[in-house]
Design a protein around this ligand. Sequence first.
Ligand SMILES: C[S@@+](CC[C@H](N)C(=O)[O-])C[C@H]1O[C@@H](n2cnc3c(N)ncnc32)[C@H](O)[C@@H]1O
Length: 297
Amino acid sequence: MRHPQRGRGGGGCGRGLARGGGGSAGRGRGNGHGRRPGGVKGRERESDGGIIGGSKVLVMPHRHEGVFIAMNIKDVLLTKNLVPGETVDNEKRISVQNEDRTNVEYRVWNPHRSKLAAAINNGIDNIWIKPGVKVLYLGASSGTTVSHVSDIVGSEGCVYAVEHSHISGKGLVTMAKKRTNVVPIIEDARQPSKYRMLVGMVDVIISDVNQPDQAKILAHNASYFLKPGGHFMISIKANTIDATLAAETVYQKEVEKLQMEELRASELLPLEPYEKDHACVFGGYRLPRKHKAATAT
Ligand SMILES: C[S@@+](CC[C@H](N)C(=O)[O-])C[C@H]1O[C@@H](n2cnc3c(N)ncnc32)[C@H](O)[C@@H]1O
């Protein structure tokens, strides 16, 4: 398993509510904007659409497909806004004019508010989420990270977003009214049978439920919805699992629990400085066994 940073510090997308039965972004190592096809210049906007200082922003594709980076201001992470003109969490927007004079709008993705963004900034090798992918998101809250995942997977992809709190769920449902690739599901992620009619097989599960039994919750959902050979990301808050152990020990124990459920970790990444004593684990599900080496004749 890859440990980029050792040590502590650490059913179909479409319309409708599924309910009831059924910062300092550029820091660190993760700004792997490996591809550099001609960047585009734009102006940073406040969420009400006003221009801040009129400064020019150079937007480049990040090495993670569907993620972008604003290079010359603060190297902030961006996603291309699927619903131009709309914000989800009062985030800033950057409007860019292409050479053909069409406009593209990006939304700033704050790593202090999203563990997935924090993982990208901390150098995760592969997020497995890209345009066209189907994602099941457990612990969607009011939809901040879900909305950026929705931007990344785009109109060909889909995000099934599960949240059990009706209060947080309200924001999620409101957000999904404008984002037709998000299916909000107000249910307990411990009971996937209740939403099995709404969710198709997915390529990736993101789990951010912050519960002591979260490995079981992820495994249970994987058994229903995750394609063999699919991938997962789970965030681990050490104190939620066991406050008496060192965070690294907790992470390793969680990795072992996942392994027992055929969820094989490939990367474990602490999320400092964005989240204290948090880590993300990425990996694959029911991965095919490695081919046996050819026997010599
Ligand atoms: C850390 S917050 C998630 C933040 C969110 N992922 C984001 O980045 O915007 C954890 C969320 O999981 C939800 N949650 C906890 N247990 C759950 C369960 N059993 N089923 C569904 N949601 C749950 C909580 O209500 C809370 O909104």
